[in-house]
Design a protein around this ligand. Structure first.
Ligand code: PGA
Length: 532
């Protein structure tokens, strides 16, 4: 996808009109695919001016519109039929017989959609398709969904589209709740596509389009499969590069993301005082911003964030207004969120689950961390949310947890807990390889030593890991029951043992749950923070 960033809406409109004019000049009997909405109005204004000056001639042009409300009378002020007449057709020398719009008055919408699809096909296909983009990522009226319809079809409008379009009607209730629209494949069959996006209310979706993968929850991302798409957007809609910062106990990571690609990565050591951490982060942000045109800065931090104040047991943050202090030091507005949330956002945007809208990220580390994304959005609340490590998995006689509960999941499935289980089991099985490794290692075991013992065929190590997998499976089933995610993503050191982990785990799951291993691992936090 080529991206043209314009200074403002006027420049965008002129550029888009220039492309349409060039198409008509090159092929006077071309077939245009046209769009309605507020964005193309300026482009139509420019085309009218060019036509009236005699620079372009619409007399042989044929035009198919993307969509029409359903049901709606053709003469209704808000019909797209009327929109096209008022904004273009009545003001240029196009033959109205060569203009096609799905018929919103039909009694048989299914048959009308088939007729429309066939008309487009029989015309020889669209040479140049103009598209707007909805705030929810729709193109035409192809709304976000688990699957997208390929052909022209009748569709129900989502609440967000009805609300967005209510500005054109007197009341919300007057907005039609259905529409007839070209399907995604109908659009993708066009030879060239020009996508227009204007205004800050489109920046979220433009960013997801440029930075994320293909995902039916943002239908415009399907355009990434087309070989000839130009996105023309204004500065407000264009997200620019994004900088993500991931604060960890040992290192602070930085990542610059632009157009779906990681442009730059760096890391610095985490200082011991709050002041030093803030000043190190700010200097690094300022340095990176000197090199990259960064528009957004996101920061992921461990701990609890309440009303913008960060408190973290493992870092010197105690009700620290991180967002405000770093914004003041860097003079850019930054956005702070919990690091597990950021990692989950990173995974859904860049990882193995870009096709999902709902995921739970489970990080198996010193404890168990969790980030939850539902409908493409981070789940947040005023309280700590996503503390999945403290889900109780052993109701009676469970291991004590520093949180005060007993039987928490992380007391069985964190890496700390795995090592503890192995140590207990080694002590009870003194003829095992595991016990020898325990002694050799100064009366301690680690995840790596357990896998070494398994490599050497140690039954004790196999039993320890098998029990670990049982607990892991029970926790995953509970998460699946609560959230019904499209996938659960596992991250953390143990997940490098993909073969040992994934297949045996799947066998133990009593539910049909898609489990993925994190693709981004340690980079997920910074990449996700960039997307905040
Ligand atoms: P807009 O609508 O141009 O009015 O923003 C675009 C769309 O919803 O496709």
């Amino acid at each position: 996808m080529r991206v043209i960033v314009c200074e403002n809406y006027e420049e965008l409109s002129a550029k888009a009109a220039g492309l349409v004019a060039a198409q008509i000049t090159l092929k006077p009997d071309c077939i245009l695919g046209l769009a309605t909405g507020s964005t193309p109005v300026g482009m139509y204004g420019n085309l009218i001016a060019l036509c009236q000056k005699g620079d372009i001639d619409f007399s042989q042009v044929r035009a198919f519109n993307l969509d029409e409300y359903y049901p709606i009378k053709k003469d209704n002020e808000q019909s797209y039929c009327r929109f096209m007449y008022d904004n273009l057709f009545s003001k240029v020398n196009i033959d109205l017989k060569n203009t096609y719009i799905p018929n919103g008055e039909t009694d048989d919408p299914v048959q009308e959609c088939e007729r429309y699809e066939t008309l487009i096909r029989d015309s020889g296909g669209i040479d140049l398709q103009i598209l707007g983009i909805g705030q929810n990522g729709h193109i035409g009226f192809n709304e976000p969904d688990a699957t997208l319809n390929s052909r022209t079809h009748l569709t129900a409008l989502t609440d967000s589209t009805i609300k967005a379009n209510a500005r054109f009607f007197d009341t919300y209730d007057e907005v039609p709740k259905h529409a007839l629209t070209m399907g995604i494949a109908t659009i993708l069959r066009a030879k060239k596509i020009v996508l227009l996006a204007s205004g800050a209310n489109k920046s979220r979706v433009v960013s997801a389009l440029l930075n994320g993968g293909i995902n039916t929850s943002i239908p415009a991302t399907m355009l990434k499969t087309h070989p000839d798409v130009v996105l023309i957007c204004d500065r407000d809609a264009y997200s620019g590069a994004r900088l993500g910062v991931d604060i960890g106990g040992t290192n602070i990571k930085f990542a610059v993301v632009d157009g779906g690609a990681v442009q730059y990565k760096s890391a610095i050591k985490t200082a011991s005082s709050c002041e030093a951490i803030l000043s190190d982060i700010s200097s690094e942000i300022i340095r990176i911003m000197g090199e990259y045109h960064v528009k957004n800065v996101g920061i992921g931090t461990p701990g609890i964030i309440k009303k913008g104040l960060v408190t973290c047991a493992n870092l010197p943050f105690d009700k620290t207004p991180l967002e405000r202090l770093i914004s003041e030091k860097t003079e850019v507005s930054v956005c702070v969120d919990n690091d597990a949330n950021c990692a989950a956002l990173g995974e859904i945007t860049f990882g193995n689950t870009t096709d999902c809208s709902n995921i739970v990220l489970v990080t198996l580390g010193t404890g168990i961390g969790g980030g939850i994304i539902m409908d493409g959005q981070i789940c947040r609340s005023n309280e700590n949310i996503g503390e999945i490590g403290h889900m109780i998995i052993q109701a009676e006689g469970g291991r004590a947890c520093p949180c005060g509960q007993t039987g928490c999941w992380e007391r069985y499935c964190s890496m700390t807990a795995l090592a503890e289980s192995a140590e207990e089991y080694a002590l009870a099985n003194k003829d095992s390889i595991l016990y020898h490794l325990y002694l050799e290692n100064g009366n301690k075991l680690s995840g790596k030593l357990i896998f070494d013992a398994m490599d050497r065929g140690c039954p004790a190590a196999n039993t320890v890991f098998d029990r670990f997998l049982n607990y892991l499976a029970r926790g995953i089933e509970s998460l699946a029951n609560i959230f019904g995610p499209d996938a659960i993503v596992l991250a953390g050191g143990v997940t490098v043992q993909k073969d040992r982990l994934l297949e045996p785990l799947q066998k133990k799951l009593k539910k049909d749950v898609r489990v993925e291993i994190s693709k981004l691992q340690g980079d997920a936090g910074a990449l996700g923070a960039a997307m905040l």
